[in-house]
Design a protein around this ligand. Structure first.
Ligand SMILES: [Zn+2]
Length: 285
């Protein structure tokens, strides 16, 4: 049973076979330019779209909190029907509607970093919504729903999956990034970091940061460990690679005493009732 669960968790939602075949190939060169997004156009427009840094976030109206702030970081993968990593669109819609109606503010990674480290928050109820692996339905299904409710989310993109079947294209990533969403790192090859040498781990983390920094003209600060696995070395290497925080798949709310490079998340399963979803949000985990 455990093996079955693990294999489902590692496999992702769709095109599992082709995904596995891709993993076995040699690293390939990733073309980060879509045909319609020539470098000159990108350069011309990007000055409107530079992501806010911590220094540019106005926290003067944020609420001070007594004690250590805990925030729920929700973990989704695909918004579709399939296995345990796929949340159907209608369930996702109801969950986002519930968050909106209950006054939840969706944090960016930069905002979450300030909340977790400074014990201040922009609103009483805050949540950070994350999607792992960069499925195309994050753009076609989740993005319109989140936009409708004036909410934002973070997508952890696998470097080698850019422009691949069922995954985000470079153009979609740019659009998301320019509309308040965050596209952050899920390494280049989605390998279990705890099984790699220090040099290999560093390469996975640094190359994906450099790739996203360049593509999206941002400072990529947030890392998600593939399959949630890491070792003691990973935590230090993630910091050296330039990230400010990282998430795992360990369950529960996130708070800084977990370590900023091993923050917990709340997995949202398909078939979860809205009452169950509300209970998770309302109860400290
Ligand atoms: Zn993943």
């Amino acid at each position: 049973m455990l093996i079955l669960l693990l294999s489902v968790a590692f496999a992702g939602c769709r095109n599992n076979t082709s995904d596995q075949a891709e993993k076995n190939k040699e690293p390939m060169k990733i073309n980060t330019q879509s045909p319609k997004m020539k470098p000159s156009n990108f350069e011309r427009t990007n000055h409107f779209n530079i992501k806010p840094t911590n220094a540019s976030i106005n926290t003067s109206k944020w609420i001070p909190v007594k004690g250590t702030v805990h925030i729920p970081i929700l973990m989704y993968h695909s918004i579709s029907i399939g296995n345990g990593l796929c949340v159907p669109e209608n369930e996702f819609f109801s969950q986002m509607k519930w968050l909106k109606e209950n006054g939840y503010y969706t944090l960016s990674p930069e905002e979450a970093y300030l909340v977790l480290t400074k014990d201040i928050k922009p609103r009483e109820n805050c949540v950070l919504i994350t999607f792992d692996d960069g499925y195309e339905d994050n753009y076609t299904k989740a993005y319109p729903i989140l936009k409708q409710f004036g909410m934002k989310a973070t997508i952890f993109m696998i470097g080698r999956s850019i422009n691949k079947k069922n995954h985000l294209t470079a153009k979609q990533m740019l659009e998301l990034s320019r509309n308040g969403f965050s596209v952050e790192s899920h390494t280049i090859h989605h390998l279990n970091l705890n099984q790699l040498s220090a040099d290999q781990q560093t390469s996975e983390m640094k190359r994906s940061k450099e790739l996203l920094d360049k593509m999206l003209h941002q400072n990529t600060i947030f890392l998600c460990y593939p399959a949630g696995v890491y070792n003691e070395e990973t935590l230090k290497l993630a910091q050296s690679a330039g990230y400010k925080m990282a998430v795992t798949t360990e369950p529960g709310d996130a708070f800084r005493d977990q370590g900023m490079y091993s923050l917990h998340r709340i997995r949202i399963f398909p078939g979860m009732s809205l009452e169950g979803f509300a209970r998770i949000l309302a109860t400290p985990q």
